[in-house]
Design a protein around this ligand. Structure first.
Ligand code: G4P
Length: 528
């Protein structure tokens, strides 16, 4: 098979949802269809259980599971499907944002009873901004929930999407009878209660099919016909190009737990979802079928074994063929590196592979060379963009609690920051170190991991910062900027890349500063 055929075979996507909407259950059912696992319950949920926020063992356990489920690959209808796992917990939202830079499309899972929830809104906004193709799956139709049309409205309003239903439920909750599949133009009626196996379906190829009224009843049939007329009148017909450009989002209904509507979703996904796409770098757009290899690090996972501080860097291959034991350029370090045991992922296993292709994710063992966003290439000095740091929301000074272990502490902080656990800012005035995180849970993770993996102890001290903004100006010589540097000296820091950051102590002071210094642009992400 040549490179182009390998690329055409691959579908790399992420499933996003608010916790509990059914992401893990859906993932598992997709793997069942792909024959990658034999029974339900095999995929471990990587969510942090409610109330477990200060349980370190729970965090550690989760880290173990999440490395196993970081990438789940399976084959289905001659396609190689890679599902990238995204943590649902809001304190790890930044991990999810970064993972979204490595997917070519997403499936959004929504709970029929809860509708669009907060976390879904945030994640979909990121996808929308990047024009990532989105399929919506409305889950738990076996339960009573909101009216299907009301939900479609809610998806449009709250998520800012333009929907085109490709399946529609017949009944809901106790009366949930099946799915009208607009994509394949048929009706699937569900039979059987067994939740562990793929449900039986009867296919009706037309609404006039004599058996249909018999299986669902006259009333349900009349309602279905009415709904279909309404869909035709109100929603745009599905247009694959519009979907691929991020301008139209197909919607499916079903129940992941009961396997209802999941195969319909998967079959359509395989037909319409994009293969690996070209990606922008700082110099040019790189097409996947270019022969020279390139890829970027979107996630780093520290090893579970504290005695061996090696880590697994997850690389999304953008172009060309990645080969084992071949030297590649680590662009930021300007160093050639080769890898004797790159891992590929299949279902829940990882194994050493000789070659990988665009769309694939490989795990490279790393002793501290990589940080998130790094590019690896056959030799060309390009940097893939689009993995920004977001302005953190929680800030604390970090202090060394064991003077004998200063070196270990610094190394630990350095590596944890490279992994993307949190961000480090160094105050210009006195060199004090400030840790900024997206969620409060990260402080506990940092303290725990510093102690267990680096034998270093730290304490945190509160710091009144509302937001960190990266600052830029057209010319550094202008008086406005120079005045800002002088007046705001106390609030200035450098991030780990040496970029200047303004730590605003309140929303009000940020606003005042923005007004007073019109020559300066204040950015809320590190890439601008
Ligand atoms: P998440 O990864 O998005 O957080 O959700 P997960 O799949 O873990 O599902 C959350 C809960 O919703 C689970 O129940 C799961 O069984 C249930 N669920 C998922 N899909 C459906 C569905 O189609 N119908 C119904 N009725 N329930 C569904 P749990 O009680 O929290 O966990 P468990 O004890 O069943 O594992």
């Amino acid at each position: 098979m040549d490179l182009r055929q390998e690329i055409q075979k691959r579908r790399t996507f992420g499933i996003i949802s608010h916790p509990d909407a059914g992401k893990t259950t859906l993932t598992e059912k997709l793997l069942l269809y792909g024959g990658a696992i034999q029974e339900a319950g095999a995929v471990k949920s990587n969510k942090i259980k409610k109330g477990a926020t200060s349980d370190f063992m729970e965090i550690e356990r989760q880290r173990g599971i999440s490395v196993a489920t970081s990438v789940l690959a399976f084959n289905y209808r001659s396609k190689k499907i890679n599902i990238l796992d995204t943590p649902g917990h809001k304190d790890f939202a930044e991990d999810t944002f970064r993972t979204l830079t490595a997917v070519d499309s997403v499936i959004v899972v929504i709970d029929v009873a809860k509708g669009v929830e907060e976390q879904t809104e945030k994640l979909v906004e990121v996808c929308r901004m990047r024009k990532i193709p989105i399929i919506v799956f409305i889950n738990k139709l076996d339960r009573e929930g909101k009216d299907a049309f009301d939900l479609l409205d809610e998806v449009e309003q709250k998520l800012g999407l333009k929907v085109s239903p490709l399946s529609f439920p017949i009944g809901m909750g106790y009366d949930f009878k099946g799915i009208y599949n607009l994509w394949e133009q048929n009706v699937k009626i569900f039979k059987g209660e067994n939740k562990q196996k793929i449900a039986e379906t009867i296919t009706h190829n037309s609404l006039a099919d004599a058996g249909l009224a018999e299986s669902i009843g006259d009333a349900a049939l009349a309602e279905l016909k009415e709904s279909l007329e309404l869909i035709e009148g109100v929603y745009p017909p599905f247009d694959q190009q519009a979907y691929l450009e991020g301008n139209l989002q197909p919607v499916f209904f079903g129940s992941a737990l009961n396997n209802f509507g999941v195969q319909e979703l998967l079959d359509c996904f395989v037909d319409i979802a994009p293969p690996p796409l070209a990606k922008y770098s700082d110099k040019r757009t790189v097409a996947p079928d270019e022969s020279a290899f390139s890829g970027f690090v979107f996630k780093i996972h520290a090893n579970m074994d504290p005695n061996h501080r090696d880590r697994l860097a997850f690389i999304k291959i953008v172009s060309g063929t990645f080969k084992r034991n071949t030297p590649y350029l680590h662009v930021r370090n300007k160093k050639k590196l080769k890898f004797s045991s790159p891992n590929a992922f299949f279902a829940e296993k990882k194994e050493v592979v000789d070659v990988s292709f665009p769309g694939d994710i490989i795990g490279l063992h790393d002793t501290g060379n990589f940080k998130i966003g790094d590019t690896l290439s056959s030799g060309e000095e390009i940097h893939y963009k689009g993995i920004p740091s977001f302005s953190p929301e929680h800030f604390r000074f970090i202090n060394n609690a064991d003077p004998m272990k200063a070196k270990q502490l610094n190394k630990g902080i350095d590596q944890l920051m490279d992994e993307g656990v949190a961000q480090l800012f160094t105050l210009n005035l006195n060199g004090r170190k400030v840790i900024g995180t997206v969620g409060a849970l990260q402080f506990e993770v940092i303290q725990y991991r510093l102690e267990h993996e680096y034998s270093a102890k730290c304490t945190f001290e509160n710091l009144n910062v509302h937001k960190a903004c990266w600052v830029s100006t057209e010319t550094e010589e202008n008086d406005n900027y120079q005045d800002f540097l002088k007046v705001k000296q106390k609030f200035l820091a450098q991030d780990k890349q040496g970029q200047l950051v303004f730590l605003a102590d309140s929303a009000f002071s940020l606003q005042m500063t923005q007004q007073k210094y019109p020559e300066i642009t204040f950015h809320f992400t590190s890439e601008f």
